[in-house]
Design a protein around this ligand. Structure first.
Ligand code: PLP
Length: 399
């Protein structure tokens, strides 16, 4: 019997999908389930996006397109990132992927040799560790617990960079914590990054349109423009425009990195479809009313979520200021029982919470923080309060 390649064995099934699947099964069996599990936006792109896709379909050439991305898409993205404060970039700095996820994987391939080190903070988006594992890279995970608001400190970064990792991967706003770094925090980390010129920097900032409380989106290149020479900014239409299934991601990067991704594309995906490209162009260049309204809605929902969680004795919920996640420390429940069922850890807690209370949350250990669980609050507003009340009742019933 032939064997699969070893790298496949290193990939783990997603803990998020495990909970989401279980929730789906219970729903199908007639249970009333409220899902706080999957991090998908709860809105559709504007009509102008569909109109652009329909129009493109009328003229679709049906041919392969550019490995780097169509000029219209690159130009629309250049205007988009200029508004985010990225100045002096041209088409040669850009490339595309089938969403940010595939781009991150390709960046791993482009930047990391087997055995080389990549460092990133925990809590982290689950895929980071999986990409490192599949590629055979060494992941140095920097633990940032609730006591430091899940944020990386300059001292932690300094210690990690002193090991001369090949890549530092950073995510702001954060999935799973919803934390957003302030201008000063970004500047302090950027000052450390300046001292270590041999490390590539990837900033996965696909939630950049969802920042609350007026703190704004900040990137290391805003604080230290010279970092542009080794920093890769990753963006996507998924979360900003409610288009996760359209699968469009882009990077703004040094020319040699953009070229490397384009070369990989020529061997992997070839190009994006014309219809999808037209939709993405419309999303970037069209009216921004939907992302703006959604940002406001998520900020309001965040308040409801945080207030409900903080009302539970012993639960600690650092204050999220972006994306659509809260990441409470629920370790107060460990060692207790719910209706006779013992809860030892986050995985058991999420399983019992789903089974007994019909609320699906994701165990924090999936993100490298076993004291917490992730609540994604993109569900319909009408489900939010009832779901939170169920969580409160569940904790009140612990003995
Ligand atoms: N990066 C982060 C932090 C995410 O949360 C996600 C999706 O959940 C992605 C990247 C992947 O985005 P895309 O849909 O563009 O592949």
């Amino acid at each position: 019997m032939p064997q699969l390649a070893q790298r496949v064995g290193r990939a783990k099934p997603s803990a998020i999908m495990v909970i989401a699947e279980k929730a789906k099964q219970l729903k199908a069996a007639g249970r009333d389930i409220i899902s706080f599990s999957i991090g998908v936006p709860n809105f559709l792109p504007g009509e102008h996006v569909y109109a652009a896709a329909r129009e493109a379909l009328q003229h679709d050439s049906g041919q392969y397109g550019s490995n780097r991305g169509a000029d219209a898409l690159l130009d629309a993205f250049l205007v988009h990132i200029e508004k985010l404060g990225f100045k002096g970039y041209g088409r040669a700095n850009l490339s595309i992927g089938i969403g940010a996820k595939q781009l991150l994987y390709n960046l791993g391939e482009a930047l990391l040799n087997e055995g080389e080190e990549i460092c990133f903070a925990a809590p982290f988006w689950t895929t980071y560790r999986d990409i490192a594992d599949i590629l055979g890279a060494k992941a140095n995970i920097l633990h940032c617990g609730p006591e430091q608001n899940y944020k990386l400190t300059p001292a932690q970064l300094e210690a990690a960079l002193a090991r001369k990792p090949k890549v530092f991967l950073f995510n702001n706003p954060s999935n799973p914590t919803g934390m957003v770094y302030t201008r000063d925090e970004i500047a302090a980390l950027a000052a450390v990054l300046m001292k270590y010129p041999d490390t590539w920097i990837i900033t996965d900032d696909i939630y950049n349109s969802m920042v609350f409380d007026g703190i704004g989106y900040h990137n290391f290149v805003h604080a230290q423009p010279e970092l542009k020479e080794r920093l890769i900014f990753v963006d996507s239409v998924s979360k900003t425009y409610g288009m996760p299934g359209w699968r469009v991601g882009l990077i703004a990067a040094p020319e040699n990195v953009a070229k490397a991704i384009t070369t990989l594309n020529s061997n992997h995906i070839t190009s994006l479809p014309e219809v999808i490209t037209a939709a993405a162009v419309a999303a970037f260049s069209g009216p921004q009313a939907i992302p703006e309204a959604k940002c406001k809605e998520f900020a309001e929902k965040r308040d409801v979520v945080v207030n409900a969680l903080r009302a539970i004795p012993g639960v600690v919920c650092p204050y999220p200021q972006g994306a659509f996640y809260a990441f409470p420390d629920i370790s107060v429940a460990f060692g207790k029982s719910h209706q006779g069922v013992k809860i030892n850890d986050d995985v058991e807690l999420c399983a019992v919470l789903l089974e007994a209370a019909g609320v699906a949350c994701v165990p924090g250990s999936a993100f490298g923080e076993p004291r917490a669980m992730r609540i994604s609050y993109t569900c319909p507003t009408a489900q939010l309060q009832p779901g939170l009340e169920r969580i409160q009742a569940f904790f009140a019933e612990l003995t």
